[in-house]
Write a protein that binds this ligand. Structure first.
Ligand code: ZN
Length: 106
């Protein structure tokens, strides 16, 4: 999965956390068979919850590309791509890393 966080590629230790882009920390989580880097277990949990919600709503088996803009406080505006298809959404997490708000954007 190609991941762009606030304009920069992310998802590895060198490039930064797959959700927030931070380069500190040392946490890995396997998503769709791919080992992704996260700054902490919270970011990893939020990311997985978000991916699962996208899959549930779209019926996609995996996501090829994900663009994330925003942060924890403002919420995040994202675009997920699978093959030729695009799914735009807004997501905000709660303090337990669960989804507080999830809106599809047309
Ligand atoms: Zn993070």
């Amino acid at each position: 999965m190609k991941i762009i966080v606030n304009g920069k590629e992310a998802g590895t230790k060198e490039k930064g956390c797959a959700l927030c882009g931070a380069t500190w920390g040392d946490f890995y989580e396997e998503v769709d068979g791919e080992k992704l880097f996260f700054c902490c277990d919270y970011c990893a949990l939020e990311f997985v919850n978000m991916i699962n919600e996208v899959k549930r709503r779209t019926g996609w088996s995996k996501i090829d590309e994900l663009t994330i803009n925003g942060n924890y406080y403002t919420g995040r505006t994202c675009t997920a791509k699978h093959r030729e298809k695009e799914f735009k959404f807004y997501v905000k997490f709660n303090e337990e890393a669960g989804i507080e708000t999830f809106k599809e954007i047309s």
